[in-house]
Design a protein around this ligand. Structure first.
Ligand code: SF4
Length: 483
């Protein structure tokens, strides 16, 4: 049972309520009747597999899909040989779309062996009309398709799909709706993402997100804080506040609240020991936020601050609304206020019209900022974005050569910068048994760097002091303090 609503007590003979989330709990009860009947007939619970693709916001949405599937009586598994498989898709780059079409072929082969199997698709890729047309035409074996704006309706749509042999499609162009208090099944017992807002109003000229995630809408602070209190009561020690651009949190609220104010309130919640957030847009990074990061010990000293390009000329065409100089000034302010801060970023290579001079500007910022790490991307044309229609697309070989140069520069610098904590004893959140060596555990420093050190399973979820004995470039080896 989740929250206050016990689905076993819902009278499904009645009409479904209109109010949310009660309506969705009504349909969870309906779906439960279906899974109970399945269990009676097959002598086992039906199995469901949720496959998350894309960003941390998608990952949090996938935890909600998993929570609803478990609430209605599915056994969730990680193998796609299941009775119900749902892909929570991403569309930020074209190869994400191609990956989905490829995987659908495999799912179709599974469905041929298990005709009762149901396949569902949701997430950002489904918000592209051309994609839905293609699925309707060439992937008729898909049972359910819905988008990013009505993910809260999953239980209702699942019931429709269970009751029908037709393909069920429900895609909304946009929404101002936020539905709270739906089940969610966290991937980690000790940490959790917390969506604070949805959508983006920035329309960077290369980005498809505003077209698939809609306009910015912030959750009410009291709903966010209530969720964090529940997570803390449930043993969570670290939260990641999530939004496409958390720095513009609260602007659409009746009573606007700034992101810095929300951080201060979240930091007051007992049990939460660490607070992270992403993603920050440089144009909205306020002195108030920097001050809050400086003053609040629970806020991790890590800032992911996408640069995209170091050329002010390109930044203008990208519609990023800051210049190279303004970006560097922000970094200066961050380092003055929080000297040990870890800075990471996103950089695009090969944006239409990018010249060698522009690229040199990017390299110049990389050398000046000295990031602990950087996600580097080759520009991907996204149909429907202004950049996709731009004339001077950069030749592939030129882009590839620049990409290799950038990667070399970024990696050389982060190897040096990431080793600056060697010899220190620092608090580490232990996250898992090391994948390569079962005698080691892997933990994360406040600044997001990883350390592997001798330890056992019961340390997982705890924040312990670890001496960083050796830097290995992008991670550390260490010793539990006192060992
Ligand atoms: S800020 Fe720009 S890059 Fe980020 S999601 Fe919004 S439009 Fe895309």
């Amino acid at each position: 049972m989740y929250n206050e609503i016990d689905i076993t007590k819902i009278d499904t003979a009645q009409e479904p309520p209109l109010a949310e989330p009660e309506r969705q709990y009504y349909f969870m009860a309906k779906c439960r009747e279906w899974t109970d009947a399945f269990a009676k007939e097959h002598g086992r619970r039906p199995q469901a597999c949720v496959v998350n693709m894309g960003c941390q916001m998608n990952a949090r949405d996938s935890e909600k899909l998993t929570g609803i599937l478990e609430e209605v009586g599915y056994e969730t598994v990680s193998d796609e040989h299941a009775d119900f498989v749902i892909y929570n898709t991403c569309t930020v780059r074209d190869n994400a779309n191609q990956k989905v079409y490829g995987r659908l072929g495999f799912l179709h082969s599974l469905k041929k062996k298990n005709p009762g199997m149901r396949i569902a698709l949701c997430g950002c890729m489904m918000q592209e009309p051309s994609v839905v047309e293609k699925l309707k035409k060439s992937y008729r074996f898909v049972n359910l398709i819905f988008g990013t704006h009505n993910i809260y309706k999953f239980a209702e749509l699942l019931f429709c799909s269970l009751e029908s042999e037709e393909m069920v499609i429900d895609i909304w162009k946009d929404t101002d709706k936020i539905v709270e208090d739906l089940p969610a099944e966290r991937k980690y017992f000790f940490k959790s993402g917390v969506n604070i807002m949805f959508g983006c109003n920035n329309f960077c000229s290369y980005c498809i997100v505003p077209y698939v995630r809609g306009r910015e809408r912030s959750r009410k602070p009291q709903d966010i804080l209530r969720e964090i209190e529940k997570l803390a009561a449930d043993g969570v020690v670290e939260i990641m506040l999530l939004g496409q651009n958390v720095n513009s949190y609260g602007k659409n609220l009746e009573m606007p609240v700034t992101f810095a104010e929300l951080l201060r309130e979240a930091a007051k919640i007992d049990g939460i020991q660490r607070i992270r957030f992403m993603t920050s847009h440089p144009k909205d990074l306020s002195d108030e936020l920097i001050q809050a990061m400086k003053e609040l010990p629970k806020v991790c000293h890590h800032m992911h601050l996408p640069l995209q390009s170091g050329s002010s000329r390109l930044l203008k065409i990208m519609n990023r609304r800051y210049t190279k100089e303004q970006y560097l000034r922000l970094v200066e302010k961050l380092r003055e206020a929080i000297p040990d801060i870890s800075l990471t970023t996103d950089i695009i290579v090969g944006f239409p019209g990018e010249t060698e001079e522009d690229f040199q500007e990017t390299l110049d910022v990389v050398r000046k900022v000295r990031y602990d790490s950087a996600f580097t991307f080759i520009y991907s044309k996204r149909t429907g974005t202004p950049a996709a229609a731009m004339e001077n697309q950069v030749p592939e070989d030129v882009v590839k050569e620049r990409f290799d140069r950038l990667l070399k520069e970024v990696q050389a610098i982060s190897k040096e910068t990431s080793s600056r904590f060697e010899g220190q004893t620092v608090p580490v959140l232990v996250e898992q048994i090391n994948e390569q060596d079962p005698d080691l555990v892997t933990g994360r420093l406040g600044n997001n760097l990883l350390v592997h050190f001798p330890g056992t399973e019961e340390l997982i979820g705890k924040i312990v002091n670890v001496t960083l004995t050796e830097s290995k470039g992008f991670y550390y080896l260490g010793e539990l303090e006192g060992n």
